[in-house]
Design a binder for this molecule. Structure first.
Ligand SMILES: Nc1ncnc2c1ncn2[C@@H]1O[C@H](COP(=O)(O)OP(=O)(O)OP(=O)(O)O)[C@@H](O)[C@H]1O
Ligand SMILES: [Mg+2]
Length: 381
């Protein structure tokens, strides 16, 4: 059964490398958003290596994701717990069960559906290190993905591999039923483990030989994939060659624009707050970290705000549940060829999952508003 989407923005934090500060960033990001008046749920999806509860000083028996996995509760919101930060809620990954680290596809889909149904302004998902398929899928399913890294060769390389692996995973998700392109994507994703010279262009060349009509879609998928980059444990705002080449390689080789949001300082005193990370933000030693974090938060909020402004001008709905998205997708599919070509239809159907408000605005501009259904989605003539 499709639950209604209530979560307004789903943010995922990943990075490829272990120990770079993903969990510290997730907690401090969530705490800062709460401080700005937003309703936030933090979720520990580092299945197998969960530690948010420890970092938040929640020890002992509590409800956690394991209750959801074991079907001891019906809905995910039953395992949401309170933290020491008023208004910051947590879904803890404590009480690890071996089966949790590799949920099957139907359990994963169910979990995602329940995450979307959580009633919050922001859901912040802390993901584990590495690039197993589940981590990549949770990253792809978020509205905004953060890559946290330190400016060291191994961490930068892991971030790069995570980004290109996730792009191939995303492409595979779209073309999984394409008889010729799907196997090519699988073998390319595997070959990329051995060769860092594998580029999106290699795939595009094959697309142009096999099915050129799929090209706009490939282009759209890579261009729409815009992870935000955060550098952790940096002393000054030095221009770092490694980071510069990560950003330029993503653009030139994969058509992926990384959005660099800024850096967070290395603060050794953080080690005194490992059982209460939110308290670090309020402490005098955390003030520089907090200032940098606020600048990062402001930058990504601006992006979200832009979309809201457009939606407000047209007075369009901003949050769409799964059923509505599906209905709009069907309307696009049934449009006559004269209105949209097959390729355009595929493109707008895909975009529907990233930017439903923009798709609705586009359809209205195309004069596709005779369907009574759209009357629920906009309020001005
Ligand atoms: N800006 C910072 N300054 C100093 N120490 C930091 C900073 N950020 C994180 N750390 C320290 O680095 C360690 C690892 O941080 P964290 O657990 O957030 O990493 P992670 O990427 O989530 O690791 P994992 O991959 O194991 O989940 C912690 O001990 C934390 O205190
Ligand atoms: Mg972590």
């Amino acid at each position: 059964m499709a639950a209604q989407r209530k979560a307004r923005h789903i943010l995922a934090v990943a990075g490829g490398k272990g120990g770079v500060g993903k969990s510290v960033f997730s907690i401090t990001l969530a705490t800062t958003l709460v401080g700005m008046g937003y309703r936030v749920v933090l979720i520990d999806l580092d299945l197998g290596g969960a530690n948010l509860h420890t970092y938040m000083g929640i020890l002992g028996q509590t409800l956690s994701l394991s209750h959801f996995f074991q079907k001891k509760v019906k809905t995910l919101d039953e395992v949401v717990i309170s933290t020491r930060v008023p208004e910051l809620k947590l879904i803890s990954g404590a009480h690890y069960l071996p089966s949790m680290s590799s949920p099957g596809s139907s359990l994963k889909i169910k979990l995602l559906r329940h995450i979307k149904a959580l009633d919050a302004d922001f859901i912040v998902i802390d993901l584990g290190a590495g690039m197993d398929l589940n981590t990549m899928d949770f990253f792809i399913s978020s509205d905004i993905g953060f890559i946290v890294t330190v400016a060291e060769p191994a961490a930068i390389m892991n971030s790069y591999r995570f980004i290109k692996g996730t792009l191939f995973r995303k492409l595979h998700g779209v073309f999984k039923n394409h008889a010729q392109l799907a196997p090519i994507l699988v073998s390319m994703a595997e070959d990329s483990a051995y060769s860092d010279s594998l580029m999106l262009n290699t795939f595009i060349e094959k697309v142009m030989q096999i099915d050129p009509s799929a090209y706009p879609l490939v282009n759209e998928i890579s261009a729409e994939f815009r992870p935000c980059l955060v550098l952790n444990r940096i002393g000054t705002v030095e221009s770092n060659n490694l980071v510069g080449s990560l950003i330029s390689h993503c653009t030139t080789k994969y058509n992926v624009q990384l959005k660099y949001l800024g850096n967070l300082p290395h603060v050794k005193e953080i080690s005194s707050f490992l059982l209460d990370i939110p308290a670090f933000l309020r402490s005098s030693s955390g003030s520089g970290f907090f200032k940098s974090l606020k600048s990062i938060v402001r930058k990504f909020l601006l992006d979200i705000h832009d979309t809201n402004v457009v939606a407000e001008k047209l007075q369009l709905l901003k949050v769409y549940d799964d059923d509505t998205i599906k209905r709009i997708g069907e309307i696009i599919k049934d449009l006559p060829e004269g209105k949209l070509t097959q390729t355009e239809k595929k493109l707008w159907q895909l975009r529907l999952y990233f930017k439903p408000t923009e798709v609705v605005a586009f359809l209205l501009c195309k004069g596709i508003k005779d369907n009574i259904f759209f009357e629920q989605l906009y309020t001005i003539e």
